[in-house]
Write a protein that binds this ligand. Sequence first.
Ligand code: UD1
Ligand code: CA
Length: 480
Amino acid sequence: MSASRPAAVIVLAAGEGTRMKSRTSKVLHELGGRSMLGHVVAAARELDPARLVVVVGHRREQVVEHLGAHAPEAEPVVQETQGGTGHAVRVALERVGELTGTVVVTNGDHPLLRGATLAELVRVHESEGNAATVLTTPMPDPTGYGRVLRDSGGAVTEIVEHKDATDEQRAVTEINVGMYAFDAARLAGALKRLTTDNAGGEEYLTDVVGILRGDGLRVGAFLVEDWVETQGVNDRVQLAEARRRLNDRVLEGLMRAGVTVVDPLTTWVDVRVTAEPDAVLLPNTQLHGATHLAAGARVGPNCTLTDTRVGEDAVVVNAVCVGAEVGPGASVGPFAYLRPGARLARGAKAGTYVELKNSEVGEGAKVPHLTYVGDAEIGAGANVGAGTIFANYDGVAKHRTRVGEAAFVGSNSVLIAPVEIGDGAYTAAGSAVSQDVPPGAIGIARGRQRNIEGWVGRSRAGTPSAEAAERSRARDSGGE
Ligand code: UD1
Ligand code: CA
């Protein structure tokens, strides 16, 4: 039997998260290029719930704005004061109105939990016909968690919070992860009967278990062996652990799909990144956002790529790329900076100390050394000499430069935009080019050289330069 579509998933995200010591809401802290809440929402979406409700409270403006941007289908429900997890769910259900079927509740601070695990929880819940099913795990150090108590038949009798537990109960290592599937009507009924008669002085959602059980209903448990997946994040130490584990998961997925990761310990890849088989990641590389690597692309060492597409067999070394496109067989770096709108066509090159912004480099064209290219179009097969500056900004506005097909820009040229170097045209090294150069012409825009014979001997007499010049003169005349 497969799981039905839940009537609702309710995500609890109203807590203060004091231990993060942050201006930012705890659930908005990021790992793998997504907020914690974003991960929980992504898992919830895999259940395709009819309603996705997020209970917000502390820093709710931030959370609501974030949901608006990343999960517009989510319905935020405000819990004015944080009266506990049971209170939070009660407030949510009161807002949502009567539901029938399965309601899933999840904490907003468990970013590693997979959608597939939630789906399995729902499946077990429905196939066992439970009033409630609790996701549990054997936690090596269960301190702080609610303990799951079972009867001899294995059914759950009660969840005791750490604070309220006896020593004997604290010895139990099976914990409540904070994810549940409930029968909607049973849940609503039990929530009305919660009290605040406990060590926390709050309405505990976990008390619903004892109440349903007291009504003679069955409460089940779905035990996840891999406790790592169920880990919650309460402070930045746990956030770092969760980030590392999520990264391990992402890298494992890539490697199993045929991507080489030379050093998983220094390679960080966001969850939305995609890569084709035979792509290679070299040490100290970070891939962010919607970056994509085609087959055989080699990235690293020491690269940070954000929202960048790297084509088949392209090579990117020691580079920072943001919103860039690197064509098949193209080469970038070492020490290159590709900014938004930088596009290298097939076989093109952006080499050492090269910065590119909003510019296209045509097929096979080369920008090998020490160059700034802004707002330009460089034709196929063109060569841009070392130290060329595309002066695109006149202090007020940006202008475009076009370098034609197979053109040759001499070293240390300044191309003062707007300007056009025609197809097959040259510029002389050291030129400050402010006028168009027609196709096939050479543009020379620099002072003509003049040599003053004997100047060093007269004006710098006695210096090593003057002495070297004198020796050279003597050798030359001696040889005649
Ligand atoms: C809760 C469980 C505990 C479980 C643990 C797993 C209860 C009473 N206890 O404890 O059994 O082992 O999670 O992590 O449920 N929240 C609200 N409104 C509130 C209070 C909390 O939205 O009024 C949210 C928090 O933002 C958080 C989640 O509910 O996302 C859990 O709250 P938290 O205070 O962290 O519960 P724990 O004490 O960890
Ligand atoms: Ca918690």
